[in-house]
Design a protein around this ligand. Sequence first.
Ligand code: GDP
Length: 306
Amino acid sequence: MAGSGWFGRFREGLAKTRQALAAQLDGLLGREIDESFYDDLEEALLAADLGVQATETVVARLRARARSGELGAAVRTPEGLRQALAEVVLAALGEPAPLRLEPPPAGIVVLGVNGAGKTTTIGKLAHRLRADGRRVIVAAADTFRAAAIDQLAVWTDRAGVELVRHAEGSDPAAVVYDAAQAARARHADVLIVDTAGRLHTKTNLLEELKKLDRVLRRELPGAPIESLLVLDATTGQNGIAQARQFAATLPLTGVVLTKLDGTARGGIAVAIADELKLPVRLVGFGEGMDDLQPFDPKAFVEALLA
Ligand code: GDP
């Protein structure tokens, strides 16, 4: 885990958030633990995009520590303050929640608005699963634009996995049906389904998503199905609003948080866990094939605060 190649890149990806947070935390060192201390701490956490609710959770836990007398000594040193904060942030993030892929074939429906990073995530995930020895099929069920299908084909070629595709404009549920048949016939371990991401407020899209979800469950009876929402970390609190809208259509089982490398507001991961009560299952931190990892709360806190 920590110390291996990916952690270095992950840590690098979180550099902006870490540096911004560290700069703010330095201003808290050695201070009296009074209301203005907590105000400034809240400001630092809000700036990192933990959101109001998660910030309140974290600060309440630190207050509880302060009452028990633990915090006073801790905040005298940068290490002490970061350590205390790391512990309460970790508690807010909860346990690691890896993808449920057993028994095969498992279905993974990938949702999200255009530009969030769905295509890239599917490519990286297919690559990862294949490297783990799993047979992967991808369904190009975003049939809205031919370019989207072609872009997905570039990634599945790169990952060396099969893509099931129909012509532009065809019924996404029909693509899912064919892909599920292919998954069964070829004893695939995982079927990943790309979906259209144009305006998620359009009812026809929502109906389309529900239909393809029904078809997937019918054709892979008893299979574990993940419905993952891809959220762009750079969109911050907007992402939380998006997640609420998607969750109103299909029950989500988790979030993929992308572009952590492009933002100083990576604290959004804590808001997702604390506010939406959704596990962050995977994180993307770059455009390379290996820049996707299962979300490891300990590694995240370490990369953010260590
Ligand atoms: P889609 O419309 O949801 O399928 O989004 P794409 O997968 O096409 O991604 C949109 C843009 O975001 C592309 O330029 C990707 O290279 C970029 N992107 C996706 N994930 C990441 C990431 O983790 N880090 C960075 N820096 N860029 C990313």
